[in-house]
Design a protein around this ligand. Structure first.
Ligand code: IMP
Length: 217
């Protein structure tokens, strides 16, 4: 059975829309300090697989603010806990450029090699939405991580999703985390139902790609 590894109920709600019968594994994997979400997610997937002994999917996400050079990015969780979402908005409110992006990295591990893919770490980040865009922030968030696949280490398959938006004063009661201050196409993620958010979100995009691959596997 596939286990979605997170302590965050909000993420599980969104994942269920794509993955029938997925079960939450409430396991707090070690968040290694790294500039790249992929490193964090891949490390977490290996650790969770060793713990559970079943196929696992780890979701590591972050908010990348253009005016802050991509910060908080991989430190989003720490910044939410220490600074808080409202104060992040107040910091950004002083900036002319309030653009930002969410990014999710899904890391899958089941202990086996991936026949479907020649590379143990596989990237698919050339979504139509991202082509032709200013990808500065995202590119910064995506330094190569191929070296993390040490000889003999557990293979991890990576799926990524990205959504651009604008930070705004908090609106809406839905979602979680930074959703109330992240606006996409005129509405904040907190003003959307989980299905509406999934249809456009970083996580929805990554889950759709993963779901397609996993069904074939
Ligand atoms: P993590 O992936 O659980 O480490 O999350 C990193 C940080 O980003 C946490 O503060 C989450 O609350 C926040 N976060 C992750 N995904 C989302 C999302 O879809 N919307 C809003 N905040 C998110």
């Amino acid at each position: 059975m596939l286990r979605f590894v997170t302590t965050n109920e909000g993420k599980v709600r969104e994942a269920r829309e794509y993955l029938d019968g997925v079960e939450q594994l409430d396991f707090d994997y070690t968040e290694v300090q790294a500039e790249d979400l992929r490193t964090v997610a891949a490390h977490g997937a290996r650790e969770a697989y060793r713990y559970a002994g079943e196929p696992v999917l780890v979701d590591d996400a972050g908010l990348f603010v253009d005016a802050f050079d991509g910060f908080p990015g991989p430190y989003s969780s720490y910044v939410e806990d220490t600074v808080g979402v409202e104060r992040v908005w107040r910091l950004v409110a002083d900036e002319d450029d309030r653009s930002a992006a969410f990014k999710t990295v899904l890391a899958y591990c089941d202990g086996a090699e991936f026949d479907a893919s020649p590379e143990p770490v596989d990237r698919d980040d050339a979504t139509p939405e991202r082509r032709g865009q200013d990808r500065t922030v995202d590119e910064r968030a995506a330094a190569t991580t191929d070296d993390q696949v040490a000889e003999g280490d557990l293979p991890v398959k990576i799926f990524e999703g990205y959504v651009p938006g604008e930070l705004v004063a908090p609106r809406g009661d839905g979602g979680f985390g930074y959703d109330p201050i992240f606006e996409h196409d005129g509405r904040t993620f907190a003003e959307m139902t989980p299905a509406e958010k999934n249809a456009v979100s970083h996580r929805g995009r990554a889950l759709a790609k993963f779901g397609e691959w996993f069904q074939e596997r």
